[in-house]
Design a protein around this ligand. Structure first.
Ligand code: ADP
Length: 196
């Protein structure tokens, strides 16, 4: 199985690249942000809880997020692999994912990290607010909070993944197609190893 983590700050392009990657590699795309948003739309209890954190730019608590992710993975017993987009975002989530996959005799193949500097992120998210309809894109203070939460809670994962020898950084600035090709190059290398 090919299990990819698409990693990077808010606005790095994880969603855009995921769309292209699932088409090429036929993987199941699991975006915790998308799942929370569809729960908000559907008016579920989980949606109400998630919204109370998301609107402030905070992370949804680990226990809720981990349980959700595991149940989503379990919905796809025949998957060729997964793209985890926006998960894990904390060390606790990363450890839970490792343990959960290990129980199934699986593991993460590679962490693909889209690297984009802060000024560019702020610009992209402000621009995205015009069409995304996302309340968390519309408020500069919430955008800043998400960037700060990323730096404090999520970026430490870089060390965690590097220690596992699985972290691959990719320049997230440039043409969508160029970035996509850079991602594919990294994935194909890992795929060859997995296939052997
Ligand atoms: P972006 O990366 O552009 O901020 P996402 O859709 O990935 O967008 O996430 C939106 C929000 O959903 C986050 O700010 C957070 O509140 C919540 N969220 C998404 N994934 C997680 C996660 N793994 N852990 C905790 N909260 C999450």
């Amino acid at each position: 199985m090919l299990n990819l983590i698409l990693f990077g700050p808010p606005g790095a392009g994880k969603g855009t690249q995921s769309e292209k990657l699932i088409a090429k590699y036929q993987l199941v795309h699991l975006s915790t942000g998308d799942i929370f948003r569809s729960n908000i739309k559907g008016g579920t209890e989980l949606g109400t809880l998630a919204k109370s954190y998301m609107d402030k730019g905070q992370l949804v608590p680990d226990d809720v997020t981990i349980r959700l992710l595991e149940s989503e993975v379990n919905k796809h017993p025949n998957a060729k692999g997964f793209i985890f987009d926006g998960f894990p975002r904390t060390i606790a989530q990363a450890e839970a994912l490792d343990a959960f996959l290990a129980k199934k005799g699986q593991s993460i193949s590679v962490i693909l990290s889209l690297e984009v500097e802060e000024d560019e992120l702020r610009q992209r998210l402000t621009e995205r607010a015009k069409s995304s309809g996302r309340p968390d894109d519309a408020d500069p203070a919430v955008i800043q909070k998400r960037i700060d939460v990323y730096k404090n809670e999520t970026l430490p994962l870089k060390q965690h993944f590097t220690a596992q020898g699985k972290y691959q950084g990719i320049n997230g600035i440039g043409e969508i197609e160029t970035i996509f090709n850079a991602l594919c190059e990294k994935i194909d290398k890992v795929k060859n190893v997995v296939a052997k």
